[in-house]
Design a protein around this ligand. Structure first.
Ligand SMILES: C[S@@+](CC[C@H](N)C(=O)[O-])C[C@H]1O[C@@H](n2cnc3c(N)ncnc32)[C@H](O)[C@@H]1O
Ligand code: SF4
Ligand code: SF4
Length: 372
């Protein structure tokens, strides 16, 4: 009887998740143990960045250049793993001088770069050409470039007078190189935009930028942020009082309750514009109007589940394996332990078990949360 109740509860919690993954999570329920190795690995190649965007959730100074994993260390970890894909993230990955050696290494190993995200400002002619060849050979599947509005808005948010111009030129160079190789750019490039207090009236401008570049797809990301209260509560739950262990941005960047009508009207404008211009507009973690309305309320309390730490793993640029995207609690370091031993160590299993009994307050506005 109890087993039946438990299964019913699990089924309702996991109804948004595909059957294969559902079964795997059910397997993990009592133990927090995940299957063998992560299915998806996201490698943070650097935390360094040439920009300081006002909404960025990353703590840039936490990892110094000299502490970053070297190409040799990346090779020695990934030579032991049989992987089909990885994703690359920064900081700004093109700040690394050896970025193309890293890309060459994965290509030679037959590992596909699922996605690579960049602010676009460092893409010169040569980089554009080299990236296009990776796309042509299908060793990079997708590149996303960030724009948060037209020039004025983007430059304010990105804290640089040159940011828009350089990103736009970088994106154009890449598109030109891709087209020269006869590649359909609709399938391998998209724009990434963040909605925050600073572009609330103008984030529909991102649709114009997308059109101007001739890109087909845009993804709007609602701001990932947390209140101090939620951070404190999450820290208590994981038994670690250090708030610096969370990657998130402050609620000061967020939209206030009284601004929600403005947000919704800009949202509608963006939808209509995208439709008229034949652009596919996506949003995460929420896309329906009711959810968006609630997302920015201080008392937002979505019902949701997160299975990210059961299937996906991040490796930080100093080799640390954090619990997940936002919770930077250290589960181990690939410099001293193998990924497979970290993936199912007691710390990881205990945090996963806790997550299954309910999400942490910090999860509310995380893009990995599956809401229902
Ligand atoms: C951390 S950045 C790293 C890649 C690169 N530097 C860039 O800006 O595209 C990855 C993505 O996260 C977005 N981002 C930064 N802070 C965010 C926040 N607080 N909430 C949601 N997305 C955010 C960025 O705009 C970018 O699209
Ligand atoms: S959003 Fe990207 S470009 Fe901006 S500071 Fe963060 S990592 Fe750098
Ligand atoms: S929803 Fe929570 S557990 Fe899942 S990735 Fe985000 S912060 Fe981590």
């Amino acid at each position: 009887m109890f087993l039946f109740y438990l299964l019913k509860r699990l089924r309702s919690k996991l109804h948004n998740i595909n059957v294969k993954r559902k079964l795997k999570v059910i397997y993990s329920w009592g133990t927090g143990r995940a299957f063998q190795l992560p299915e998806e690995i996201c490698i943070e190649l650097t935390r360094r960045c040439n920009l300081r965007c006002s909404m960025c959730y990353q703590q840039h100074n936490q990892i110094r250049a000299e502490d970053e994993l070297s190409l040799e260390e990346i090779k020695s970890t990934f030579n032991k793993l049989k992987l089909k894909t990885v994703s690359l993230i920064g900081g700004e990955i093109f700040i690394r001088k050896d970025i193309f050696d890293i890309l060459d290494y994965f290509a030679a190993k037959g590992v596909i770069i699922q996605n690579l995200t960049t602010n676009g400002t460092l893409i010169d002619e040569e980089k554009a050409k080299r990236l296009s060849y990776f796309i042509k050979r299908k060793t990079i599947r997708n590149i996303s470039i960030s724009f948060d509005g037209k020039k004025e808005t983007h430059d304010i948010i990105r804290n640089s007078k040159e940011a828009f111009k350089r990103a736009f030129n970088g994106a154009e160079r890449l598109l030109t190189s891709l087209k020269t190789l006869g590649i359909n750019t609709d399938k391998c490039m998209h724009i990434n935009s963040v909605i925050s207090k600073l572009n609330i009236k103008r984030f529909d401008e991102c649709i114009d930028v997308t059109k101007e570049l001739g890109i087909k797809n845009i993804v709007f990301n609602h701001l990932i942020y947390n209140t101090v209260e939620d951070l404190n509560r999450s820290a208590k739950m994981v038994g670690n009082p250090e708030l610096g262990l969370f990657d998130t941005c402050s609620e000061k960047q967020s939209i206030q309750s009284e601004e929600i009508p403005v947000l919704l009207s800009t949202w509608q404008k963006a939808l209509i514009k995208a439709d008229e211009l034949g652009i596919n507009m996506y949003a995460r973690p929420v896309s329906n109007l009711e959810h968006i309305k609630n997302y920015y309320r201080p008392d937002y309390n979505p019902s949701g589940v997160c299975i990210y730490p059961f299937f996906s793993c991040r490796i930080n640029s100093d080799g640390t394996v954090p619990f997940c995207l936002l919770m930077q609690h250290k589960m181990g370091n690939i410099r001293t332990d193998s990924l497979s031993s970290i993936w199912n160590n007691t710390k990881f299993e205990n945090m996963r078990k806790k997550l299954l009994s309910g999400i942490y307050p910090i999860c509310k506005r995380c893009c990995k949360l599956v809401t229902y």
